[in-house]
Design a protein around this ligand. Structure first.
Ligand SMILES: [Zn+2]
Length: 178
C-alpha cells in the first residue's frame, strides 16, 4: 500500500490516539538493525533511531549506532546509552532536521522481548526496537513503547515503508538523509 504523504502535511500529532502510534521502517532499515545485531554478536548492539513524526507515525530515516557503555562482561545482556551519548545524538539529529524517535538494541540468543532491565531504564514515548540474534543470525524484530504508568511495555506496530526515499523533508529544512 503506497501512501502519499509529506512531512508537515498535517499537524494533528498530539491528537492522534496512542493506539494508532506506529513506527515505519523500510525493508533496508529493518535489515540494517539485524546487521548491527549480527556484527555485535555475542554482545548487544545499541543505537539511536532517527526520523520524524508524520501524522502520528514515527517515520524512520536512519540510525546512529552508539557504543555500548556497559562494562565488557555485561554487554552480552545489557546495553547502556549514557546521557552524554543521548545529548550528542539529539544534537546530531536536530542538525539534520530530525528527531531521536527511540533506541534499538539486540538480544543475543534471546527472544525479542523487553527484559526487566529494559523496562527499568525505559523513557516514555520513545520506541524501543529489539532484534533477536541467535547464533549470529538476526531473527524476529519487535518495537515497544512504555505504557502510561510505566509498569510495562506495549507492543508497537511496525509498518513497512515501501521506499526510503518517500521521506520528504519540510521545505526550508536542510536535513539530509543519513
Ligand atoms: Zn534488552
Amino acid at each position: 500500500m503506497l501512501e502519499n504523504w509529506t512531512i508537515g502535511k498535517n499537524s494533528h500529532h498530539s491528537t492522534t490516539p496512542k493506539e494508532q502510534m506506529a513506527i515505519k521502517l523500510s525493508t533496508g532499515q529493518f535489515e540494517q538493525i539485524g546487521k548491527y545485531g549480527e556484527a555485535a554478536f555475542p554482545n548487544e548492539c545499541c543505537g539511536f533511531i532517527l526520523g520524524k513524526l508524520v501524522d502520528g507515525q514515527k517515520v524512520v530515516t536512519g540510525f546512529l549506532p552508539a557504543a555500548n557503555e556497559r562494562e565488557d562482561e555485561e554487554q552480552y545482556h545489557r546495553f547502556l546509552i549514557t546521557p552524554e551519548a543521548y545529548r550528542a545524538a539529539d544534537k546530531e539529529a536536530r542538525g539534520r532536521g530530525l528527531d531521536v524517535l527511540g533506541f534499538y538494541h539486540s538480544h543475543p540468543n534471546a527472544e525479542a522481548r523487553p527484559s526487566q532491565y529494559d523496562l527499568d531504564h525505559a523513557w516514555p514515548w520513545y520506541s524501543y526496537i529489539i532484534v533477536s540474534v541467535k547464533e549470529r543470525t538476526a531473527g524476529e524484530l519487535t518495537s515497544w513503547v512504555l505504557n502510561d504508568d510505566r509498569t510495562k511495555f506495549d507492543g508497537e506496530d511496525i509498518l513497512a515503508a515501501i521506499r526510503e526515499d518517500l521521506f520528504v523533508p519540510q521545505s526550508g529544512d536542510a536535513s539530509r538523509r543519513l
